[in-house]
Design a protein around this ligand. Structure first.
Ligand code: SAM
Ligand code: SF4
Length: 342
């Protein structure tokens, strides 16, 4: 469907947990007070939201977190989302720590793509950035995934850690069939205080390092990345430059938080509480602290879908025209990336 600005909205990121097994310094360095489990959408609620989204034209779902693979049965949810009519692709973004353990199940569930977040290849830096010493297992899982899954990407937040850092990451695309994407740090949560790279500078330096690097206009996904090819590399290099390459006029996405809040722009609190719509008038209990989907109710129930659709459409009509990251005083989002899902 079109939003209030006439943009086609066909992509939804779904955060399925606020928990994470890493402590990235720009995201959640000190952990969080985890939400009570009954406040988090159950799988049927997420599927009901996906039914509604698909009916409105969403075609691609990205499962995110926190760390999505720490949620029990995450792969079953992938399978449930794949079963939603109209959804063409279900992909996941993960820090890779549990990827080795779940790769087979993700593949069986029909995952269409995996993004692995990785900001450095230096073990000591990795430990200091994430709070854990597990770079080797992330790299091992990345290698295995690249050999089996149709679309594997590495996402690196562009930190100011010197040349070798971005060169090492870039060259992953030479060693295996993965796209490596650099993401400009956004002034959300702890990211506000973090020294970050300006992509105009990074791109210039990369161009000098890799003569023959040229823009790649082939379609790589559903996002705002601008891609380049480097001669001899298996994958491409992408730049997601929210600050120095603002792409709001072609924004195609909404976000569903783990608590069921449909967020229409990263920068602002605007959106709507789909959980209230999902649970309206429902008599259901909690089991072992989790919210239980009411027995006998189908996620595609006609009445429920009607209410969800109205809430969804209203929020989309009010989706802000553009972020204001360049003028942080206007940012109204007070949450951290870990609770939004990136
Ligand atoms: N835990 C998963 C992961 O790391 O891929 C999924 C959630 S994480 C919040 C999603 C992405 O957001 C990660 O690639 C992370 O690096 C990125 N991220 C976190 N804080 C950010 C910020 N302030 N600006 C830009 N990207 C950020
Ligand atoms: Fe966890 Fe991802 Fe945030 Fe790192 S970026 S702390 S892995 S949610």
């Amino acid at each position: 469907m079109k939003d209030g600005q006439g943009r086609t909205i066909d992509y939804m990121r779904i955060s399925i947990t606020d928990r994470c097994n890493l402590r990235c310094r720009y995201c959640m360095p000190f952990g969080i007070d985890p939400l009570p489990l009954e406040d988090i959408l159950c799988f049927e609620e997420i599927q009901a939201a996906a039914f509604c989204a698909a009916g409105l034209g969403i075609r691609h779902l990205k499962v995110t977190g926190g760390e999505p693979l720490v949620r029990r049965d995450c792969c079953r949810l992938v399978n449930m989302l794949k079963a939603v009519p109209g959804i063409e692709k279900v992909t996941i973004t993960t820090n890779g720590v549990l990827l080795g353990q779940y790769l087979d199940q993700l593949e069986e569930a029909g995952i269409d793509g995996i993004n692995v977040s990785l900001d450095t290849l230096d073990p000591e830096r990795y430990r200091s950035l994430t709070g854990r010493d597990c770079l080797d297992s992330v790299l091992e899982a990345l290698k295995r995934a690249a050999a089996r899954i149709p679309s594997v990407k590495v996402n690196a937040v562009s930190l100011d850690l010197g040349q070798e850092n971005w060169i090492g990451l870039t060259e992953l695309a030479a060693q295996m069939p993965v796209d490596v994407r650099f993401i400009e740090m956004m002034p959300i949560g702890y990211g506000r205080e973090f020294p970050a790279l300006d992509h105009r500078v990074l791109l210039e330096e990369m161009g000098k390092r890799y003569p023959g690097m040229e823009e790649d206009h082939t379609q790589h996904g559903y996002g705002p990345a601008v891609y380049y090819r480097i001669p001899g590399f298996q994958g491409s290099i992408g730049f997601i430059s929210a600050i120095h390459g603002k792409f709001c006029s072609s924004c195609n996405r909404v976000r569903l938080t783990s608590q069921g809040y449909l967020k229409t722009c990263l920068c602002y609190e605007d959106g709507t509480d789909l959980r209230a719509v999902l649970r309206e008038g429902q008599k259901s209990g909690t089991g072992r602290g989790h919210y239980c989907w009411p027995e006998g109710l189908r996620p595609d129930d006609r009445e429920l879908q009607k209410r969800l659709r109205a809430a969804f459409e209203e929020a989309l009509m009010k989706k802000p025209a553009a972020h204001c990251f360049e003028d942080p005083a206007g940012i109204t989002e007070s949450g951290n990336m870990v609770s939004i899902g990136g």
